[in-house]
Design a protein around this ligand. Structure first.
Ligand SMILES: Cc1cc2nc3c(=O)[nH]c(=O)nc-3n(C[C@H](O)[C@H](O)[C@H](O)COP(=O)(O)OP(=O)(O)OC[C@H]3O[C@@H](n4cnc5c(N)ncnc54)[C@H](O)[C@@H]3O)c2cc1C
Length: 456
């Protein structure tokens, strides 16, 4: 696609749904709001501007909105990608003042008021950067190829492939040592994603796969949850962390806390103190780094790469540019950092939509105030930990609460129904329907393959 030169012809979507209201600006003269990122934050800004006298352009490198909290279930074959993702165009198709463009943001020209994208520059009157976060390997980018993380649908299907392929390779392996390495899964990072992945891999190996393999026993898979800090789920009270650990251990997960990873390769992971564990599959759930929005804007990021923002979430010195969600460094009323979670991104999205509407109406908007609803993580069947204010839930009750919340917040009736039905089916049968290894599969190294005679 040729680059769009917005200096000659400023980008102004034409589907503005002119309402002809007296005093309302003509559609072409309306301020142009450009939102980058159709995740939790960006989508919320777009929705919040539905009735504002603006033209909105929403830009994302993907054509879908992804419900990240359930990505681990795609990675572990419980759900299919389409169950947790929804086309952005469709979500916003009824909103008359919005245009969606699939493009990759690459920079911001503040002087020209242009967003620089893979498809050319786009002029803006207001810019909202909601581009989320990516993995951080704490100064070891070379670990990314050995221990992929989980951020989007591609990551999830790649992980699913690695996990399922490890069992297939073990089935044809000749040496017990090779099988052992292939059936060792090391999950690095004991936050909610690490806990959820470890629990889910334990379940798939103990239940769904166990009857289907004849040469190896998937129940012997070794699942390690490695955490550098002293406990799992540090955002939750100690009692709930301890409960999560107990439940995981009862499911056969080896929980290793206070054990930073210091090295890894294709077949191993080494912990501080020198212990090296042979593990073919490693998954990174340890650290995140904000998208490069601060770099695009030429402002100094914080340690996690996030952009520091003013109380109304605009960039200091650029009142018409806002940064929200995982990309923004925001503190709550007590000066504590606002966590990188979906409700926080959505609240910031609501806030920025209100600020833009207030500016256009010539009124003042209050500063952003974060309201923390609670923390929750699921461990496995009938097991979750939930903290809502003073209320703490565990076991079946916590698990049901976790399930209802996640189904409720999914986008689209179809996704809610298919996810609820898949969960019910899995619950009743212990099965995982989405056990597909997709893409070209390289043959296993010859040295690993044994004589393929029937099992004794
Ligand atoms: C595996 C996982 C599990 C999680 N579980 C939970 C949970 O249980 N509960 C919870 O509250 N939170 C959870 N989170 C965190 C939550 O998903 C994030 O805090 C939230 O998505 C942040 O919203 P956001 O709008 O800032 O970014 P995102 O939702 O990540 O959206 C960013 C969007 O920007 C787009 N984008 C990025 N860069 C560019 C670019 N250069 N050009 C164009 N588009 C771009 C992306 O494609 C994406 O659509 C989880 C996160 C992950 C990864």
């Amino acid at each position: 696609m040729p680059a769009q030169d917005s200096r000659d012809e400023p980008h102004a979507p034409d589907r503005t749904g002119s309402d002809g209201e007296p005093g309302a600006p003509a559609p072409a003269a309306r301020p142009h709001v450009v939102i980058v990122g159709a995740g939790f934050g960006g989508l919320q800004v777009a929705r919040g501007l539905a009735d504002a006298p603006v033209n909105v352009t929403l830009i994302d490198r993907h054509n879908y909105h992804c419900f990240q909290p359930l990505l681990y279930q795609v990675a572990t074959a419980t759900l299919s990608p389409a169950d947790i993702a929804w086309p952005i165009r469709h979500i916003l198709s009824r909103q008359a003042n919005i245009t969606m463009l699939m493009a990759r943001a690459e920079g911001v020209d503040r002087a020209r008021r242009e967003l620089l994208t893979s498809e050319g520059p786009i002029r803006f009157d207001f810019l909202v950067l909601a581009t989320g976060a990516t993995h951080s390997y704490f100064g070891h980018p070379e670990w990314a190829r050995f221990a992929p993380g989980l951020k989007d649908i591609e990551d999830a299907t790649q992980l699913r492939r690695r996990i399922l392929l490890a069992f297939e390779r073990a089935e044809v392996a000749s040496e017990p040592e090779t099988r052992r390495r292939l059936l060792t899964f090391a999950i690095i990072g004991g936050g909610p994603t690490g806990v959820e992945l470890a629990g889910s891999i334990a379940e798939i190996s103990r239940h769904a796969l166990a009857p289907d393999f004849k040469r190896v026993d998937p129940r012997t898979a070794r699942i390690l949850l490695i955490e550098a800090g002293e406990r799992l789920l540090p955002a939750l009270p100690e009692r709930l962390s301890a409960h999560a650990r107990e439940r995981l251990e009862a499911m056969g997960v080896e929980v290793m806390t206070g054990r930073p990873v210091v090295d890894m390769g294709a077949d191993h992971v080494t912990l501080e103190g020198g212990e090296t564990i042979a593990a073919a599959t490693k998954i990174w759930a340890a650290g995140v780094r904000a998208s490069p929005a601060a770099e695009w804007l030429g402002v100094a990021p914080d340690r996690a790469g996030r952009c520091r923002v003013a109380p109304d979430l605009s960039v200091p010195g650029a009142p018409d540019i806002f940064v929200i969600g995982d990309t923004a460094a925001v503190t709550d009323s007590k000066g504590r950092p606002v966590p990188g979670i979906a409700p926080a991104a959505k609240q910031m999205g609501d806030h920025v939509a209100a600020v833009i509407a207030a500016r256009l109406a010539g009124t003042a908007a209050p500063g952003f105030r974060y309201r923390h609803a609670g923390d929750l993580a699921t461990i496995g069947r009938n097991a979750a930990v939930v903290k809502l204010g003073r209320i703490e839930l565990t076991g079946f009750l916590g698990w049901m609460f976790w399930g209802v919340v996640h189904v409720y917040f999914l986008v689209g009736a179809r996704n809610r129904i298919t996810v609820a039905m898949s969960w019910l089916w899995n619950y009743l049968t212990y099965q995982r329907a989405a056990r597909l290894i997709t893409g070209d599969v390289e043959p296993a190294p010859a040295r690993e393959i044994g004589p393929l005679s029937p099992p004794a």
